[in-house]
Design a protein around this ligand. Structure first.
Ligand code: HEC
Length: 695
């Protein structure tokens, strides 16, 4: 008995990840971001709507790397792989949580200023005995899945390049493809690059927007795209980064790239004469072998709102008007749900899943939106636009269940005010990597969205383009990523700290688990040693308060890997909610001028992680409750010396003594205000920082 238990794991390990081991597509493995078929769907049925009540925690693994871990794990041959912070990758025995290896890719020290806007690693990919991961410093790394040894590591960006990687790589036919983010912070031109899985040698690169025409275009697609831009767009980079989703289509041997927003957001600045600005906000189909352009579908011609087609892309066959069609489905930020013929790239149908006001619909024949001209905030006129840059749907993965025929979308209903910036558009420039390159201005007084931001889980029928059911979610971004199974189950966590199972067909809640913190990452489902498991990473990474009765606290929440199985008997240690109230310092006489300077520094550099108006949502410590800013020496060693860089707190070496003093006055001023009015939370607060997930 004893021998058996010793030998079995060794055999499983050996079989696992020797080179040549391909991930299995029968549901045993979950080898990449979208699972086995890009749909976040598992064909497994051992756990199902009849017995999910017996689902219990099999084991948990605490994550203490600092920062966050809003990351999708993968599982191959009974081994679970996950990333946390900016550079940690671990392999655990999925049947018991035992750590097999840990790699620290040491990306934070090399990331410099990029850390100021970017989050950690969102996903990994497995193929042929290797794990692939991109890091904030722009590297793509291959790790031997069995030993944890780094096989190769290549730089995918240029020197002093503001691009960074937070999204997952995609693998197919001996290649690994990676994109990047950064266009919200710097003048960046997006591209994706394919590397040889075995050697790390670059095979092809496809730019997603055209560059300076005087330097010549890389290919015909770029020459075509350049005709849709005006002015000197290349000076602004153009944007169009592939920062989140792609999908591999084995049937057509194509890779679909989800392309992001323009840089800056405001089209009047980057392309003053108008134009569609290809391939912003598009799904671009490339030949997977050569990287050559095949077709594109643009969801937002002339993007000007930080809309994105970088949300996950799902592939299936649907029967439409009696005919089977190979389709691609996406719910981009702009609020519509698109069904596209993936043979041709032509639109089959599109319908809004939430109320939107930038377009009244999508014209199926031309594939173009029927726009509301006022939404483009013309002639200095402000416009309240729905959805906001949060999107109707963002990085929280949707999923498709072929049995129920439904797509499950973590959705949001919220608006934002757009107006041109105060400075003349012609003089608009990018400020030293500190400012999101939105190119829109502060909302005029009194111009606000007309309703409170809300969020929900929507089950959507892609054939009829109608909602089947919906479940309200807590706060303004309350629903986590989803995964669904052939056992008629839909798994999703939420901002209230519950990990839930619903009946996939009806939405009936069947089971829940108290995760002691928000569960926003996407779950995965797989088998290990013949048994079905469900794994999700728990943790709240909201920069700003999201309108919960009690927001999560960075210092008191525990990030964890949670793994569930039928009859799982493990339990989390009990937690008592610890109050960490704002701290006053009666000895400090607040100087309003200093506090004003501090507020400006905070808004530009800190609120993206520590929260709008210094009200934290759990992504970083609540600075009103921290003693560090009150003690000048510690404050300086954190900000100037970068004492906490490896834990996810960037260095701000350039801040002057006056600016630090300003921050100290501002934080105490805010602490007093919060203490005076304990209800100083402002859900729906409109600060660009922290809102955008354009990373
Ligand atoms: C990219 C996100 C990010 C940005 C931007 C950021 N911080 Fe942080 N900060 C963090 C994280 C994460 C931690 C916690 C690190 C740890 O686990 O110790 C932290 C910790 C701190 C601490 C220590 C608090 C404590 O009680 O331990 C201070 C002080 C601080 N930050 C101040 C600032 C200031 C001031 C700014 C703006 C100039 C700023 N931070 C910008 C992420 C950020």
């Amino acid at each position: 008995m004893r021998l058996r238990t010793l030998i079995l794991p060794a055999i499983a390990l050996l079989a696992a990840c020797t080179p040549g081991h391909q991930a299995r597509r029968d549901g045993r493995d979950w080898p990449g971001y979208g699972g086995i078929d890009e749909n976040h769907y598992s064909p497994l049925t051992e756990i199902n709507d009849g017995n999910v009540g017996k689902l219990g925690l099999a084991w948990s693994h605490d994550i203490n790397d600092g920062g966050s871990a809003l990351s999708a794990p993968i599982a191959v041959n009974g081994i679970l792989y996950f990333a946390s912070g900016y550079d940690h990758v671990r392999a655990l025995d999925a049947s018991n949580g035992r750590e097999l290896w840990h790699v620290d890719l040491k990306a934070t020290q090399k990331a410099g200023r990029k850390m100021r806007g970017a989050w950690g690693i969102r996903g990994l990919a497995y193929d042929d005995g290797q794990i692939f991961v991109g890091t904030i410093d722009g590297r793509l790394t291959a790790i031997n899945a069995r030993t944890g040894h780094v096989a190769w590591s290549v730089m995918t960006i240029g020197k002093d390049d503001e691009r960074y990687i937070s999204g997952a790589p995609w693998t197919f036919r001996g290649k690994v493809l990676i994109g990047h983010g950064g266009a919200d912070f710097a003048p960046i031109r997006g591209y994706v690059t394919a590397y040889d899985q075995a050697t790390g040698k670059q095979l092809w690169r496809f730019h997603t927007v055209p560059g300076d025409p005087t330097l010549g275009f890389e290919n015909k697609a770029m020459a075509m795209a350049a005709k849709t831009w005006t002015g000197q767009w290349w000076k602004y980079g153009g944007g169009g980064t592939a920062w989140n989703a792609m999908a591999y289509d084995p049937k057509y041997n194509r890779i679909y790239i989800g392309v992001g927003n323009g840089s800056p957001w405001n089209r009047k600045i980057r392309s003053p004469g108008g134009g569609d600005n290809l391939f912003l906000c598009s799904i671009v189909a490339l030949d997977a072998d050569t990287g050559e352009y095949v077709w594109h579908y643009q969801t937002n011609p002339g993007e000007t709102w930080d809309f994105n087609s970088a949300m996950d892309i799902e592939l299936t066959q649907l029967t439409i008007d009696g005919k089977p069609r190979d389709v691609l489905m996406q719910a981009p930020k702009n609020g519509f749900f698109y069904v596209i013929d993936r043979a041709t790239g032509k639109l089959i149908s599109a319908r809004n899943i939430v109320p939107v006001n930038w377009a009244s619909g999508i014209d199926v024949k031309s594939g173009r939106p029927i726009e509301n001209p006022a939404a483009r905030y013309p002639g200095g006129k402000a416009a309240v636009v729905y959805p906001s840059p949060f999107g109707a749907h963002n990085i929280e993965a949707m999923s498709f269940n072929p049995q129920s025929g439904l797509v499950y979308i973590p959705a949001m209903d919220q608006g934002r005010v757009y107006i041109d910036p105060a400075e003349p558009l012609a003089t608009w420039r990018h400020l030293d990597g500190q400012r999101i390159s939105v190119g829109t201005g502060a909302p005029p007084p009194g111009v606000v969205p007309d309703r409170k931001a809300t969020s929900f889980l929507i089950a959507w029928n892609p054939v009829t383009q109608r909602e089947a059911w919906r479940i309200p979610m807590p706060g303004l971004r309350g629903g986590g990523g989803t995964a669904t199974t052939a056992g008629n189950l839909l798994f999703q966590g939420n901002a209230s700290g519950k990990f839930m199972a619903y009946a996939a067909n009806s939405g009936k809640p069947l089971w829940s688990f108290d995760a002691q913190t928000a569960v926003m990452a996407q779950p995965i489902i797989y088998r290990a040693r013949g048994k079905e498991y469900v794994t999700v990473i728990a943790g709240a990474r909201f920069p700003s308060a999201i309108g919960l009765p009690r927001e999560w606290n960075y210092r008191t929440q525990q990030w964890r890997v949670l793994t569930f199985a039928l009859d799982g008997r493990a339990a989390l240690p009990p937690v008592e909610p610890v109050d960490m109230p704002a701290i006053d310092d009666a000895a400090l006489a607040i100087d309003p001028a200093k506090a004003t300077l501090g507020a400006a520094v905070f808004g530009q550099r800190c609120s993206i992680c520590h929260g709008a108006n210094a009200v934290s949502g759990g992504a970083a410590p609540d600075l009103l409750a921290s003693g560090v800013p009150m003690e000048r020496e510690s404050f300086e060693s954190v900000l100037h010396d970068g004492m906490l860089v490896e834990r996810g707190m960037p260095r701000f070496e350039e801040l002057t003594g006056d600016e630090l003093t300003g921050l100290q006055h501002y934080l105490r001023q805010r602490a007093r205000e919060v203490l005076a009015a304990q209800a100083a939370r402002q859900p729906g607060d409109q600060t660009d920082r922290g809102l955008n997930e354009g990373q």
